[in-house]
Design a protein around this ligand. Sequence first.
Ligand code: GLU
Length: 310
Amino acid sequence: METLEADSGAHPAPGRFICRFAPSPNGPLHLGHAFSALVNHDAARRCGGTYLVRMEDVDATRCRPEFADAILDDLAFIGAPPDAPPRRQSAHMADYAAALARLEAMGLVYPAFESRAEIARAVAARAAAGTAPARDPDGVALTPFAREGLSDAERARRRAAGEPHVLRLHMAAAIAAAGGPLAWREAQGLPEGPAAHVPADPEAWGDVILARRDVPTSYHLSVVVDDAAQDITHVIRGEDLFQATAVHVLLQRLLGLPQPVYHHHRLIRDETGAKLSKSNGSAGLAALRAAGVTPAELRRRLGLQPMPTT
Ligand code: GLU
C-alpha cells in the first residue's frame, strides 16, 4: 500500500465523522463484536462524531428480534449504546430492490439456476478431476457454471417460467462499466491519521450473488446501499472484510454512491488463534457478564484504552 495522493472517488467532507457497527442478529455477541463496537464508538467519541448501529437482518431464516434486543443490551453494558435508534435492514428491502434494478438496467445482472448443492457437486467433481475452480478471497470455490454456458435468451425464458434462481453480478461487465481503476482509502489510524491507497481487485470474487429467492438482496448489495443511506463517512470493521471492500467500491462506483474511508481492525482470536464465532461460549459476552467481568476489565482484555471522556 502506498500513501494516497489523489483518487477519483467522492469522499466525505473533511471533519465529518459518522461510523457504524453492523452486527447480524443471528446469535449472541462475542468479544470480537464488542471490540469492533468499541473501536467504532471510541473513534466517534474522540472526534465528536456519530456512532450508529445497523442490524444486518436481511436473512429472516437466521436473524431474530430477540438477538437484536440482546445485542443492544450488550452494547449498553459495554458502554457503546448507539447515538440513534438502529437501522434494521429488513425494513429497507425496497431500497435494495431499487439498487438491484439499476444494476439490471445497466445489463450487469443475470439469473443463475444452479442450486448450492449442484454447485458443490460440480466443484467436488472438478477437484477430483484435478481441475478445481479458483477460490474467492474468502476461500470459497467460485461457481464452475460459467455465464457463457447458457444464452441470455435461455436465461430470460427460464426466469420468466418461474424457475428458482439467484441473481449474479456479471463481474467482467461490471468492471468494464466501472470505467477505470478502483481503489479505496484505508485509514491507518482513528479517528484521524494518514490513509493508504488500496487498489481494489473485485474480479477475484467472480460473479458474486446479489440476490437470492429467499433473501432478495445480499450482504454486498445492502451494505453499500446502507452505508450511503446512513451517510457513513468511515467504515470501521474487522480485517476479515478487507478483501470484500473491493466488491463494495465497485458497487459504489456503479451505483454512483459516495465512497467512505475504510479502516479494517485486527481480529480478536481465541487461545488457539482461531477467529471467534457465534458459538464460542467462553468468549460470549453473556458468559463474561455472568462471570462478573466489568466493562473496564473487558476493555483491558481487548487492549483498548480507558473509555474516552469527551
Ligand atoms: N454484518 C457483518 C458481520 O456481522 C458486518 C458488515 C460490515 O461491517 O460491513 O460480519
